[in-house]
Design a binder for this molecule. Structure first.
Ligand code: 5AD
Ligand code: SF4
Length: 363
């Protein structure tokens, strides 16, 4: 193993802090270095978060999107996609099923779809908590106004997932025409101020991305002090302008995950569906390289196949019960247990003040 690799790894394990150059050294790991990196991340996960794997049932309730991201199958110019919207009643029914299956948290995700007005979403949030008994709600609805975020937080939403996608501003602007990196960051800071547990994250293997960019991604997650980081491989979609590009590799995604775990020991890190899509063992490996969350897809079957962000999504035709059962088996086979309760971030106190204080310190 390279001397500089051993030094950077030891420093990461001890201080959970590295320079951009040191992160790059870790991201270059191969062979026995890759194994050592995985072991170190697994140890940090075990030490700070224990053996629990948290399950979050994800409901993809609309595949309409006003944006035109070059990498995503839901982009508005994709005319081959059959678009759908679930009604509030259908969303509540899907969540009821999640609760029955023992999933205490639901994630509501959609494209950026203004059809769902802020009060309509707020009402769904209220009913999910009051009528269905959902313990924690994560929203993943893209960029909205501060007022919308405030209303939803007040209605009972606990968490918000808004990936920064890439820390490279120019690449961001090029891949997400009509949007800006600055506004994305502004939204993330609003969410923090409003007392959400905030998730961000990035794709691995985007065209034009290098190890330096990935190091910046990890440093940004650290600076934002996120409660959750969603990191998955880019998978080219045939009906997008990036159809002919290479996708993100398993190894590089695992390395990014592992370094993120080393630098953010308390963050929730999902073993993503995208990772499970590029490799049959992807989810298992994700859990072994620092991951501690799995998000089973609980979108009703007739809709699920149309939420085609990327092709070949793992488990797209699988009944929800079968899917959840196989995830439970996977967790048990690793000697891990299913997280109990709402699975809040260990550093979250639910206090708005704390977030305002942090946001004030940051900027
Ligand atoms: N491959 C992998 N992940 C993708 N996403 C969008 N398009 C792709 C793709 N082609 C991810 C983005 C986004 C989330 C909804 O899906 O990170 O935040
Ligand atoms: Fe829409 Fe999100 Fe896909 Fe961009 S990544 S096209 S905002 S669903």
């Amino acid at each position: 193993m390279r001397k500089e690799f051993c030094e950077a790894l030891a420093k990461a394990q001890k201080n959970h802090d590295l320079s951009r150059e040191e992160i790059i050294v870790l991201l270059e790991a191969e062979g026995e270095e890759l194994e050592a990196l995985g072991r170190a991340a697994d140890e940090v996960r075990e030490k700070y978060l224990g053996r629990e794997v948290h399950l979050r049932g994800i409901i993809e309730f609309s595949n309409h999107c006003r944006q035109n991201c070059l990498y995503c199958g839901l982009r508005r110019d994709n005319k081959h996609l059959r678009r759908y919207r679930m009604s509030p009643e259908e969303i509540l029914a899907a969540a009821r099923k999640a609760v029955e299956l023992g999933l205490p948290t639901v994630v509501l995700q959609s494209g950026e779809d203004p059809y769902y007005s802020a009060p309509v979403v707020a009402e769904i949030i209220r009913r999910l908590k009051e009528e269905v008994g959902v313990k924690a709600i994560t929203l993943s609805l893209g960029e909205r106004s501060r007022e919308d975020y405030r209303l939803w937080r007040q209605a009972g939403a606990d968490r918000y997932l808004l990936k920064h996608e890439t820390a490279n501003r120019e690449l961001f602007a090029c891949l997400r025409p009509g949007t800006s990196w600055e506004n994305r960051l502004r939204c993330l800071l609003w969410l923090k101020e409003l007392g959400y547990q905030v998730g961000s994250g990035n794709m691995v293997g985007l065209p034009g991305q290098d190890l330096e960019t990935l190091a910046e991604d990890i440093l940004l997650l650290k600076e934002l002090d996120v409660e959750m980081a969603g990191i998955g491989p880019f998978i080219p979609h045939p009906q997008t302008p990036l159809a002919g590009e290479a996708g993100g590799s398993l190894d590089l995604t695992l390395k990014t995950l592992a370094v993120t775990r080393l630098l953010l020991p308390l963050a929730h890190l999902p073993a993503t569906t995208a990772l499970g899509t590029i490799h049959p063992q992807g989810r298992r490996l994700g859990l072994c390289y620092g991951g501690n969350v799995i998000m089973p897809d609980i979108t009703p079957l007739p809709y699920r196949r149309h939420y085609q962000i990327y092709p070949g999504k793992a488990g797209v035709d699988q009944e929800i019960e079968t899917n959840v059962a196989s995830i439970r088996d996977l967790i048990a086979s690793l000697g891990r247990s299913i997280g109990r309760g709402p699975g809040h971030s260990p550093k979250w106190r639910g206090g708005v003040e704390l977030y305002e204080m942090r946001a004030g310190q940051l900027y």
